[in-house]
Design a protein. Structure first.
Length: 467
DNA sequence: TCAACTCGCACCTTTGAACAGG
DNA sequence: ACCTGTTCAAAGGTGCGAGTTG
């Protein structure tokens, strides 16, 4: 596995002491996140996961499911997911393999999916698998449902963020821990390109049971079966034939241009397996240049441990510098990242100063309409007790708590308006002010009650421009 | 011409309301 | 009155394939 900072090769390697599990592991670094169904993910990843994106929104399959440990049972946490471009390219499926088809399109409004249970005490997250089943992907840039907007034929990978915060407002004072699982990377498509993926989806997704060969679906199968035109024959043929020959990893890899040369060794340990898996991942090449960072804690016996990117603010900034370098592209409309914060942000990043999520100062002083109690292990509001923080948050990063830094890094550009927040009932706030460098101000709780948890969870927590 | 995309379809699971029984 | 289990219909999630678009 790898941390976010390793996704781009031009990131300066952080001091080893900041690496999770290192001698100077951050005190919150004992939070562990493992991916559920790693084998399933792996089987998809080895072929080259594709995720359908549609206008109304499409669920992911496999779903993002994680297990958490190391959380403080009484403290509240917020869980988030966003999608990060893996690279700056657009792809096309050409003759059984993915090829680069040019530069990536300008990133659509980036959105972060907030887990419906957020915020919830650590005990809540620990006791069961956390599922992001309802997360939906869309290619509709005007989407009003809060789905995550992606471009088709681009590669993405989900990032999981866990924030210790009583509520969305105190996120400002909280430390992000960001986790990525390389095997969850995928190519967004409007129609499946690789028939192997189609087959895997049909085999494993219960909703697609009707398309299984052994299924009872006689009508449709009769339709799609032989005497079929070339195109159909090709598909069906591939389905049956490829399923027989798609086992060897090297053959699988051959589907991906530029990856044939990589050879993987059999894993000796779990961690080796992680690295190996990346190597024969069809989407691994650029990561070969990165620095693999070991996980904070040894991988669990049953689930593959993911690499903890540790304290990285969930932000496009993690890949933004890469883009700037690569394309010399103006970072606008998030250009304020570069302009308002200059290189300090990056320096902060590079120096592995931990990140603090903040809300704009003016938000912190908003009058409270719903006092939020402390995170005591006393009576907790039900998991469904949520407030409406829509449009409130603007993220930035500063120093590690207790080691506050003045390097303000604003992946969600401090100058960026929150106007991109979408969805009905969305509270529109004026553009946030520049984030203060003084973080000694105590957090102020705000209460904007929102009765509909599910509804709220659909809205982007951090809607921002990636470029 | 063709790749990417949209849409309607059939098939399936999930969900929740209604109901019965203890 | 309350709880539990069952049934059933509606809602919604799938991939397929034909048609559309640029």
């Amino acid at each position: 596995m790898q941390s976010i900072r390793d996704m781009k090769s031009n990131f300066i390697a952080p001091p080893s002491s900041s690496i999770p599990g290192g001698p100077d592991a951050y005190h919150q670094g004992n939070i562990r996140m493992t991916l559920e169904d790693p084998e399933l993910w792996k089987s998809f990843h080895e072929i080259g996961t594709e995720m359908i994106i549609t206008k109304p929104g499409r669920r992911m399959f496999p779903h993002c499911k994680i297990n958490l440990s190391g959380l403080m049972p009484c403290s509240k946490y917020i869980l988030l997911v966003d999608m990060v471009p893996v690279d700056g390219f657009r792809y096309k499926w050409n003759k059984e393999k993915w090829e680069v088809a040019g530069k990536a399109e300008p990133q659509p409004p980036c959105r972060t999916y907030l887990h419906p249970d957020s915020p919830a005490p650590g005990s809540h997250w620990i006791k069961q698998t956390v599922s992001f089943l309802k997360l939906k992907l869309t290619n509709n840039t005007l989407d009003q449902h809060g789905h995550i907007i992606l471009h088709s034929m681009h590669r993405y990978h989900p990032r999981f963020h866990i924030v210790q915060a009583d509520d969305m407002y105190s996120v400002r004072w909280s430390v992000f821990q960001t986790f990525t699982f390389p095997e969850t990377s995928f190519t967004s498509v409007t129609a499946y390109q690789n028939t192997k993926i189609t087959k895997l989806k049909i085999d494993h997704n219960p909703f697609a049971k009707g398309f299984r060969d052994e299924g009872t679906n006689t009508k449709r199968r009769a339709n799609r079966n032989p005497a079929c035109p070339e195109k159909k024959a090709k598909k069906i043929d591939c389905l049956s034939r490829e399923s027989d020959e798609d086992s060897p990893p090297d053959i699988r890899r051959s589907s991906f241009e530029g990856y044939e040369g990589e050879q993987a060794e059999l894993p000796k340990t779990k961690e080796e397996e992680v690295v190996k898996e990346e190597r024969y991942s069809p989407w691994g090449p650029e990561r070969e240049h990165g620095h693999h960072v070991r996980t904070d804690s040894p991988p669990g016996p049953d689930a593959r441990e993911m690499y903890n990117a540790e304290q990285l603010v969930p932000a496009p900034a993690s890949y933004q510098p890469y883009r700037f370098h690569e394309y010399g592209k103006s970072p606008s409309p998030s250009s304020s990242i570069g302009s308002s914060n200059g290189g300090s942000g990056r320096a902060s990043f590079e120096s592995r100063v931990s990140d603090v999520a903040t809300v704009p100062e003016h938000e912190a002083s908003k009058p409270s309409t719903h006092e939020i109690g402390p995170s005591l292990c006393g009576p907790q509001p039900p998991a469904g007790h949520h407030q409406d923080y829509t449009g409130v948050l603007n993220m930035t990063q500063a120093g590690k708590p207790g080691v506050l830094s003045h390097h303000i890094y604003t992946p969600y550009s401090a100058e960026q308006t929150l106007g991109q927040w979408s969805g009905p009932n969305t509270v529109q706030y004026p553009p946030p002010h520049h984030l203060p460098s003084d973080y000694s101000t105590p957090a102020v709780h705000h209460g904007y009650h929102h009765g509909n948890v599910a509804e709220w969870s659909q809205y982007p927590l951090f809607s921002y421009s990636c470029w």
